[in-house]
Design a protein around this ligand. Sequence first.
Ligand code: ADP
Ligand code: MP5
Length: 286
Amino acid sequence: MSDLQAISLSPIVPVALTIAGSDSGGGAGIQADLKTFAFHGVHGTSALTCITAQSTMGVTRVDGLPVEAIAAQIDAVVQDMRVQAVKTGMLLNREIIAAVVERVQSLNLRNLVVDPVMVSRTGAQLIDDEAVTLLRDVLVPLGAIVTPNRYEAQILSGLQINTLDDMRAAAQRIHKCGVSGVLVKGGGMAGELRGVDVWFDGDCLETLRTVTVETRNTHGTGCTLSAAIAANLALGQDPLTSVKNAKNYVTEALQFALEIGQGPGPVGHFFPYLTEHRRLNYKSSP
Ligand SMILES: Nc1ncnc2c1ncn2[C@@H]1O[C@H](COP(=O)(O)OP(=O)(O)O)[C@@H](O)[C@H]1O
Ligand SMILES: Cc1ncc(COP(=O)(O)O)c(N)n1
């Protein structure tokens, strides 16, 4: 039997669903999520929440989709396939968050990874204040894992975050809102804390360190990380193992981040695994 036949006859192909926005530049959002799912050998499905006109230079326009269209996409996938893990990304506004919460609850979606996309790594708020409150009070508590960056963790915890101890305190405070596992990400921290994450699940408080990658091409790191966590959960890994595997994957993808466009380029989702010959034909980050 050929490898191809073996794959198509395989009885269980894990399925993951991303509920997120589109990034026309292909580095973050749905595009990053589907590449990440594919890399992990997980079938990727998607419910689009909004369309951003975006590049490495920034976002020039955002159009939200009607909530009925978002709910219908989720229903279509879940009614047909066994979805083992779900991640949420950019949910844009109150109405969209409420619609997603309603579907997550009524379809009893498990293994939910909430990437609380609210503030960019540079500190710019991406969704309005009312949406922030709803996300914090209603969606985050439904999550198996929530993955705030430095600024999002400040909003969710109400604490200022400047040190590793602050990250630890924030993870513990956010855990109190009902989510099972909290990963406070350190991409927006300064100095040696850049790229250091903190995990708390009620029992275990762990600092996760990888090498710090010296690159400006970090577009899509958060989306890629949360999608990789969802992929690992879909593959049957426990939450902490999923987080550790995902962090290692993001670190490798950062090491092969792409010098594409005029702003911060996207991480290289498949680039660590291209053959040496093909890799040499691309310019990777320094
Ligand atoms: N320069 C870096 N070196 C190593 N890891 C990094 C670096 N920048 C970000 N990361 C990692 O990428 C993941 C995403 O974090 P972050 O960039 O803070 O998220 P977001 O994109 O949501 O702002 C985290 O695991 C973080 O530690
Ligand atoms: C549609 C969309 N969703 C999410 C992000 C955040 O991206 P990052 O992973 O760099 O935080 C983005 N820039 N665009």
